[in-house]
Design a protein around this ligand. Sequence first.
Ligand SMILES: NC(=O)c1ccc[n+]([C@@H]2O[C@H](COP(=O)([O-])OP(=O)(O)OC[C@H]3O[C@@H](n4cnc5c(N)ncnc54)[C@H](O)[C@@H]3O)[C@@H](O)[C@H]2O)c1
Length: 440
Amino acid sequence: MLNKETLIEALKTKKAHIGVLGLGYVGLPLAVVFAEAGFHVTGVDPDPRKVDCLNKGVSYIPDVRTEAVEKLVKSGNLTATADFSVLKEIDAVSICVPTPLRKTGDPDMSFILSATDELAKYIHKGMVVVLESTTYPGTTREVLLPKLGVEHGLTVGEDWFLAFSPERVDPGREDFTTINTPKVMGGITEACGEVATAWYEGAIQKIHRVSSAEAAEMAKLLENTFRMINIGLVNELAIMCERLGVDVWEVIDAAATKPFGFMKFTPGPGLGGHCIPIDPLYLSWKMKTFHYNARFIELASEINTNMPRYVVSRVMEALNDRSKALKGSKVLVLGAAYKPDIDDIRESPALDVIGLLQKKGALVEYHDPYIPHIHHETDGWYLESVKDVMKSVKEADAVVIITNHKDYDYKAIVESSKFVFDSRNATREFAKSIEKVVRL
Ligand SMILES: NC(=O)c1ccc[n+]([C@@H]2O[C@H](COP(=O)([O-])OP(=O)(O)OC[C@H]3O[C@@H](n4cnc5c(N)ncnc54)[C@H](O)[C@@H]3O)[C@@H](O)[C@H]2O)c1
C-alpha cells in the first residue's frame, strides 16, 4: 500500500497507474495528456462505442488527433474499458463525468453519484482522487468524501487523498489546450492538495494551488458566471441598441478600443454548450439552500434564454417589412453547433430557434458542415442538414445565420439569398449597407 510519500514518488516517477472516469470532451484530452507525459492511463467509460474506438486507436473528439491516440494505444500507455473493476489496480483517478441540468433547471448529480458509487467499490489506501466535473461548491466534501472515505473508515489526507481541479478546456481552441492552460487545484486537506499537485505537475505546465476544494469549485463557477453575465449584458445591449436605432456591433468595437478596463463580449442568438448556460445555475441552486437569491445569475439567464425568441421575432418583423409572413416561408438556419467550427450541439440556441420557427409555421431547413442531423427528442423533431447549401440559400425566403462557421462563404451566401438575418455579425466585412441583410 502506498503512503503519502511513496504515492508522491510513484506519481513523480510516472510509475503510478492513472484512471480517467468519463472519456468525453474533457476526459479524453486529459487521458491523452497524462499518457503523453509517460503515465500508464486507463480510461473508464460505460459507453462501449467510446471504449471500442479508443482501443482501436481512433479519436472521436475533434480536438484530439487520431494519430496521437493510435500512438499511445500502440505503446500501451492508453487503454480503455467499461469495466470499473480495473479501479482496484489504479493509484490516481480523475473524474470527468457530465454535470447537466434536470428539466426543472436543478443540478443533475446522477453522473457524479454513479461514478462515485462505482469508485467506492474499489477505493483503497494510497489512492488519490480528483474531481474535474464542474459542480456546486461543496460537492467534493459533501458528496465524494463520505462515499469514498468516511463510509470505508479511510482517513482523508492520510489513507487516501481527495481534491477538486476544474477543467477549463475550450473545444476548438488551439492556442490554449489542456497542457498549457493553468490548472487550479484545491485539496480537502493540505496533504490532498500536495499529492494531487505532484500528480498533475507531471503532465500540465502550471498548477495554481488554492487552500480548499471549495475555493477551486467556486473559481470555476466565477469564470463561467463572469462569461454568462457579460454575454447577458451585451445581449441586452443589442436589444436596447435596436430600439435606439444604433448599430450594437459598432458600439462594441468602439468600446473595445479602450486599452484597459473593458473586455469585449459579443451578442448572439443565445448561450450554448455544456458549460456557460448551465454551470452558473449550479451556484444559484446551491445559494437557494442558504436562502440567498443569486440575482445577477438569474437575470443574465433570463435574458440569454430569451435570445432565440428575440431572434425569431426579429426575423418575423423583417419578413413582415418585406410583405411576407413567417408562416409558410422557407427558412434556412445556417449553423447549428453552439459555437463556430466545432461539432457540439449541446444546449445550442439553434435548437430553440429551429423549434420556435417551426411552431410559427415556417418551413425550416438547416445546414451545418459539422452536424449531419439533429434529433430533438423532447420536442419530437428530426432534421437532416441540407446537402446543397447554396441551392437552399437561393430557395429560402430567409437565411438565418446562427453559427458563424469559418467554412461558409458569406459573400456568396448574401449574393444568392433573398434575405439574411445575421445573428453573429458574420457578414460584417461587406454587408453593413446591404438592405437584404439585417443584423442582430
Ligand atoms: N466540454 C467542455 O467544453 C467542458 C469544459 C470545461 C468543463 N467541462 C465539464 O467537464 C465535465 C465533463 O464534460 P464533458 O463535456 O467531457 O462531457 P461528455 O458528455 O463529453 O463526457 C462525459 C463522459 O462521461 C461518461 N460517463 C457517464 N457516466 C459515467 C460514469 N458513471 N462513470 C464513468 N464515465 C461516465 C459518458 O459516457 C461520457 O463519455 C462536466 O462537468 C462539464 O461541465 C466541460
